[in-house]
Design a protein around this ligand. Structure first.
Ligand code: SF4
Ligand code: SF4
Length: 67
């Protein structure tokens, strides 16, 4: 099973990960972290390939990909 984890306190809500995901599985939700940022959320529906583009683009190293 493939999954990603987004560290909610590292995320700044910049949205870069939402732009690069080829399956549009990441969105900026309505949840706010302790720093006051709207954070990225992930819903796979089994479509995540584990390509790790989201993790590579994240400037805050907030995404981990597990295969
Ligand atoms: S690229 Fe990183 S900091 Fe930016 S929204 Fe995605 S997880 Fe958050
Ligand atoms: S690992 Fe690839 S497919 Fe999965 S959420 Fe990240 S960019 Fe999208």
């Amino acid at each position: 099973m493939i999954k990603i984890e987004i560290d909610r306190e590292r995320c700044k809500g910049c949205g870069l990960c939402t732009l690069v995901c080829p399956h549009a599985l990441i969105n900026i939700g309505d949840e706010i972290n302790g720093h006051g940022y709207f954070i990225a959320t992930w819903e796979s529906d089994g479509k995540c390939t584990g390509c790790a583009l989201c993790a590579e683009i994240c400037p805050d190293i907030a995404i981990a990909v597990w295969k």
